[in-house]
Design a protein around this ligand. Structure first.
Ligand code: HEC
Length: 125
């Protein structure tokens, strides 16, 4: 009886801790957003190997799991390039602008997701 209660209490604590994190960024399922809008080029795992990328793609989509490359970008850089597309950051127009498709909260959530994929904090600033 006592043991059961303890497990129950522990669960409540765990769920209680998880809830605010999940509730952040307005309940955005960032993985779903990424898979839907980004994975066709950047790959489901973010390695830059999505099914859209053919041999005649002039540039390869960034591999988000490469911390050296991803550490060259500030979160603001990522936000710029995602909202306004490659050319906003002197990159290829093959990277489309998403500012009209995604909400700012979704873009912010994606930045967090890319930081998880690269396991890096990015450039300061
Ligand atoms: C149609 C293919 C395509 C889609 C879809 C796409 N990207 Fe890209 N992305 C690219 C390409 C190509 C580049 C590389 C541009 C370059 O290096 O000149 C790029 C570059 C980037 C960069 C810049 C990396 C750097 O080093 O500067 C970020 C950040 C990025 N994409 C995020 C995203 C996110 C987030 C999504 C989904 C909302 C997305 N991309 C969807 C093709 C795509």
């Amino acid at each position: 009886m006592m043991a059961k209660y303890t497990i129950f209490a522990a669960l409540v604590v765990i769920l209680g801790l998880a809830a605010p994190a999940a509730g952040q960024a307005q309940d955005i399922d960032v993985e779903k957003v990424f898979k839907f809008y980004c994975a066709q080029c950047h790959g489901v795992g973010g390695k830059g190997d999505g099914p859209n990328v053919t041999e005649n793609f002039p540039v390869s989509p960034r591999n988000f799991t490469n911390p050296e490359e991803m550490n060259k970008l500030t979160n603001a850089d990522i936000k710029n390039v995602v909202m306004d597309g490659g050319p906003a950051m002197s990159k290829s127009p093959m990277m489309p602008p998403w500012g009209k498709t995604l909400s700012e909260a979704e873009v912010d959530a994606l930045i967090g997701y890319l930081r998880v994929l690269c396991n890096c904090k990015g450039k300061e600033g």
